[in-house]
Design a binder for this molecule. Structure first.
Ligand SMILES: Nc1ncnc2c1ncn2[C@@H]1O[C@H](COP(=O)(O)OP(=O)(O)OP(=O)(O)O)[C@@H](O)[C@H]1O
Ligand SMILES: [Mg+2]
Length: 254
């Protein structure tokens, strides 16, 4: 059925902060079991959009259907239930600073399962190995580099084997080698766990390689969407400008 193709459907989403309209009647359909990438300039509303998808922000107007259920009118209790299908890697990793690496990764298992400490630790060690952080479990977040923190955040996001994983800027601020490792992990998340991935990024070249669908957010709306090839060949001047700006280097003004 056509509507089952889309795990998330957003209709007419509007969000204002004071006088400032960040999202403006935005429509977006995200395909199940695919890597969906949302690109757009810094400050354009990508993180705000992502926070709406997991119900951390409520819109002024619009519907957000997760598996055909509108989450907008849901209570915090209902939302907590929906959120269990989600894994989330926040832009700044959002680790608990007072917990060690392994305690951070174990946290959702302690919260949401009745597994024993021993079982949990064994899962956590596997997960840490999966993101290339074996033996780092007893370190504290403050002792880690930015890239390592992102990987801990990723390990924690995946520990409950979520059906939908949101990645907010998973590769920004990382060197290209670590960035490529993270991209591999995103692909593995899709292929091995069969999860739908939603990746937010302003790094179009890094994401082109792993995307099934690319959406471009501009002035509060999705102004272009398609496969990487379609986006690359787009004649839309804003899209062209964005791709060109990227090609010139990491600093881009638009
Ligand atoms: N809680 C908030 N209250 C007021 N304004 C906010 C809030 N959250 C975000 N904004 C504003 O909304 C706009 C979009 O912010 P957002 O963080 O979504 O941008 P972004 O596209 O994720 O940027 P970046 O690529 O730099 O992460 C910004 O102008 C920001 O200042
Ligand atoms: Mg952001």
């Amino acid at each position: 059925m056509e509507q089952d193709r889309y795990i998330i459907r957003i209709e007419g989403l509007t969000k204002r902060f004071g006088e400032f309209t960040v999202l403006d009647e935005l429509d977006l359909n995200l395909e199940q079991d695919k890597v969906n990438i949302i690109i757009g300039r810094s400050g354009g509303g990508k993180s705000v959009l992502m926070k709406h998808i997991i119900g951390l922000l409520k819109p002024d107007r619009g519907r957000i259907l997760v598996r055909n259920r509108d989450i907008v009118p849901m209570s915090e209790r209902e939302m907590a239930q929906v959120r269990r299908d989600f894994g989330m890697l926040f832009q700044e990793a959002a680790l608990f600073d007072s917990l060690s690496v392994e305690e951070n990764v174990a946290f959702p298992l302690h919260e949401h399962t009745s597994k024993s400490y021993k079982e949990i630790m064994s899962i956590v060690q596997d997960q840490l190995a999966g993101v290339g952080l074996q033996g780092m479990g007893t370190k504290m977040p403050a002792e880690l580099s930015g890239g390592m923190r992102k990987r801990v955040g990723l390990a924690r996001a995946l520990i409950m084997e979520p059906k939908i994983v949101l990645f907010d800027e998973p590769t920004s601020g990382l060197d290209p080698v670590v960035g490529a490792t993270i991209n591999d992990l995103i692909l593995r998340t899709k292929e091995e766990f069969g999860a739908t991935c939603i990746v937010i990024s302003h790094d179009i070249s890094a994401t082109m390689k792993i995307a099934d669908n690319i959406f471009m957010l501009y002035q509060g709306k999705i102004i272009a969407q398609g496969s990487p090839e379609e986006i690359r060949e787009s004649s839309d001047p804003v899209v062209r400008q964005f791709i060109k700006g990227e090609a010139r280097g990491p600093i881009q003004i638009n």
